[in-house]
Design a protein around this ligand. Structure first.
Ligand code: F3S
Length: 406
C-alpha cells in the first residue's frame, strides 16, 4: 500500500507510540483488503466501548494509550457504554467502575463522551460524499445509505486508529464502484411503524448477508423508521449500505443504482413481513418482566411519543421498563417535561447505555419485550433473555400489564 512520506514517518514512530500503533493497524487492514493508499477522514466514531467488548485487558490498553499521549486529530464520537452515568440502575459495582474507566480513557484521548449510537441526531452529521471511519453497524448503515457518506463497517480498533491518525484505508464502500446494488426487493406490503420496518429489515438482512439490497416501494419512512430498518439489516445480516428508490440519495432510479449490472428480484409481501416478526421473537412465557426500548437510542420524537403513551398510567409492579437515549435527548426531554411523564409512570429514561452491551442479565430479568429489531436479534444469545418483538404500543401494554398479549 502506498504511504506518503508523512504517513511513513508516523508509522516509524516519529509522532510517538500511539500513532505508530494506530498506523500499524491501518496498514495491516489496508494490506488485507488490497487498499492502494490511505485517505483522510472527516470524523470517526469509536464503538465496542462497553466492558463486555473491551474486557479488563482492553480497558488497561486504552488507559495505557491515553497515558502515552494518544490524542484524536479529527472529531471522534463515542458509542454507548454499559452503564448510565447519571444514575445507579443497580448494575454490579465493579462492572460500573471498570466501565467508567474505559469511558474516561477515551475522553482523555480527546473523544467526545457522547455515549450514543445515534450521534448524527445532534451535531455529528456526516455530509454526502464525505469519507468517515465510523464503527457501530447501525450508525454505519445510516450514514452510508441515508446520508450518502463513505464509510466501511469499521471495528472499534480501526475507528480508533482513524481518529488518532486522521486516515483510513481506501477500499470497500469508499470507492463509488463498490456502491452499486446487488439484489432488488419489491415491497408490496404497506409498512406501518418502526416494528414493521424492523421486521422487513431483519428478513432481508438474513437473506442478503453483506450484499447491497435495493428497495422499491418502501413507502414514506420517517427518519426513525430508516434508522431501525438499517439497524435490522445490519444486525440480522452484515449490510453496511442499502438503497431505497426515490428515498436515499444515491438511488433516484433503478438504472443509477445497478449501473447495467444484472440483478435478482425478490418480492416482499405480507408473508415475508410475518416471517420477519417471527425471526425476532423467541419469547415462550407471555409473562414479561422487562421492557426495553430505544435501540438505536430514541430520538426526541420517540421519547415524546412514549411519554404520551405512558401519561397517567403506571408500569405494573414487578416489571422494569427502560427507555434508552443519550444525554442530549434526555436533557431536552427533561426541559420539555417528557422525562417526568415517563418516570411518574414508573419507567426509566436512561442515558448512555443499551441493553445489549450492558449487563441486564445480572439483574435477573427473564422475558423481554422490545420494539427494536437489533435488540431482539442479540438479546436471546447475548443477554439470555426470551424476547417478544412488536410495536411501541404492544411494548407499552406489556409494561402496564406484565403480559405479552395478541
Ligand atoms: Fe445502539 Fe446498543 Fe442498540 S449500540 S443500536 S442501543 S445494541
Amino acid at each position: 500500500m502506498f504511504l506518503t512520506d508523512e504517513q511513513k514517518r508516523m508509522r516509524d514512530g516519529e509522532r510517538g507510540e500511539p500513532v505508530q500503533v494506530a498506523m500499524d493497524m491501518l496498514c495491516a487492514l489496508g494490506e488485507i483488503y488490497g487498499a492502494e493508499k490511505l485517505i483522510p477522514v472527516k470524523s470517526a466514531h469509536c464503538a465496542g466501548l462497553s466492558l463486555k467488548s473491551h474486557g479488563i485487558a482492553g480497558m488497561k490498553w486504552a488507559e495505557d494509550m491515553a497515558a502515552k499521549g494518544a490524542r484524536v486529530v479529527v472529531p471522534t464520537t463515542m458509542n454507548v457504554i454499559g452503564v448510565d452515568r447519571s444514575r445507579d440502575l443497580g448494575l454490579p459495582k465493579d462492572w460500573t467502575e471498570h466501565q467508567l474507566r474505559i469511558e474516561k480513557a477515551y475522553e482523555d484521548m480527546g473523544c467526545f463522551g457522547t455515549s450514543s449510537c445515534v450521534p448524527y441526531y445532534y451535531s455529528f452529521l456526516p455530509k454526502f460524499g464525505e469519507h468517515i471511519a465510523w464503527a457501530e453497524s447501525s450508525a454505519v448503515v445510516f450514514t452510508n445509505s441515508v446520508l450518502g457518506a463513505r464509510d466501511n463497517r469499521e471495528g472499534g480498533p480501526s475507528a480508533w486508529a482513524a481518529g488518532i491518525t486522521g486516515f483510513t484505508p481506501y477500499y470497500g464502500l469508499h470507492l463509488d464502484e463498490n456502491r452499486t446494488g446487488d439484489i432488488l426487493f419489491k415491497v408490496t406490503v404497506p409498512l406501518n411503524g418502526i416494528a414493521d420496518y424492523g421486521a422487513v429489515g431483519s428478513y432481508v438482512g438474513k437473506l442478503t448477508g453483506e450484499k447491497i439490497p435495493v428497495f422499491d416501494g418502501l413507502g414514506h419512512p420517517s427518519t426513525e423508521e430508516l434508522v431501525y430498518f438499517g439497524a435490522a439489516l445490519a444486525s440480522s445480516g452484515g449490510v453496511a449500505l442499502f438503497h431505497a428508490i426515490g428515498i436515499t440519495p444515491e438511488a433516484p432510479d433503478l438504472e443509477t443504482v445497478f449501473r447495467g449490472k444484472k440483478y435478482e428480484v425478490v418480492e416482499l409481501g405480507a408473508k415475508e413481513l410475518e416471517q420477519g416478526y417471527a425471526n425476532l421473537t423467541s419469547g415462550k412465557s407471555r409473562d414479561v418482566d422487562f421492557v426495553a426500548l430505544g435501540c438505536p437510542h430514541c430520538s426526541l420524537a420517540q421519547v415524546a411519543e412514549l411519554a404520551k403513551m405512558l401519561e397517567g398510567k403506571h408500569v405494573k409492579e414487578g416489571v422494569t421498563m427502560w427507555i434508552h437515549t443519550n444525554m442530549a435527548v434526555k436533557a431536552m426531554a427533561e426541559q420539555l417535561g417528557y422525562r417526568k411523564m415517563i418516570e411518574d409512570a414508573g419507567a426509566v429514561l436512561t442515558q448512555d447505555l443499551c441493553v445489549v452491551l450492558s449487563n441486564p442479565e445480572a439483574l435477573g430479568f427473564k422475558t423481554l419485550a422490545t420494539h427494536s429489531p437489533k435488540m431482539a436479534f442479540y438479546a436471546p444469545g447475548g443477554n439470555s433473555l426470551n424476547t417478544w418483538y412488536g410495536s411501541e404500543e404492544r411494548c407499552v401494554q406489556a409494561a402496564l400489564t406484565g403480559r405479552w398479549e395478541w
